[in-house]
Write a protein that binds this ligand. Structure first.
Ligand SMILES: *[C@@H]1O[C@H](CO)[C@@H](O)[C@H](O)[C@H]1NC(C)=O
Ligand SMILES: *[C@@H]1O[C@H](CO)[C@@H](O)[C@H](O)[C@H]1NC(C)=O
Length: 145
């Protein structure tokens, strides 16, 4: 009897696993209160969706690299410039990114340059695999670059 209960427990865990591993949705607010991504870090799994909500003035989300955080990655993504401008009652545009390979860290920055380059003033962010965090002791270094 005890053996049978054990088997049932194993089967249940196997059935639950797809739900635990299923896609999650993450939201990043873009420039809502200053030229920042909030949050700037998302820990994602395969197939998760990261939605950028442009609820501030005009910004963008452009893929870069850890080595050159303010330079576009050749062939990388870009959301295009979006925002509410100065109209607080206008709807917030949004743009979504699906994480197709969570093993590859994603770095991004804002390419807007008015009145100062947003990237060099700290408008950078990254998507890392949930389990990569301990392996990336230097991720905070980008904030100073
Ligand atoms: C602000 O946005 C709202 C909602 O889209 C719109 O009805 C209104 O005309 C806009 N105001 C200005 C000054 O553009
Ligand atoms: C994800 O990227 C890594 C590193 O480039 C690669 O080794 C792996 O095959 C990729 N996995 C998928 C599912 O594309």
């Amino acid at each position: 009897m005890a053996r049978r209960v054990g088997l049932v427990a194993v089967v249940s865990i196997t059935h639950l696993f797809p739900f635990v591993a299923c896609e999650a949705f993450h939201e990043i607010h873009v420039g809502a209160s200053g030229s920042f991504y909030d949050p700037a870090t998302v820990l994602a799994n395969q197939n998760d969706v990261v939605t950028f909500i442009f609820d501030g003035p005009f910004h963008d989300v452009t893929q870069s690299t850890f080595a050159r955080p303010c330079q576009p990655l050749a062939g990388g993504f870009s959301s295009g410039t979006a925002g509410k401008g100065t109209n607080g009652s206008a709807p917030s545009p949004s743009w979504s990114l699906r994480i197709t390979n969570a093993s590859v860290p994603i770095w991004f920055y804002c390419g807007a340059t008015i009145p100062l380059p947003h990237c060099t003033t700290g408008m950078v962010g990254y998507v890392l695999k949930l389990t990569q965090v301990p392996a990336h002791p230097s991720i905070d270094a980008i904030h100073g670059s």
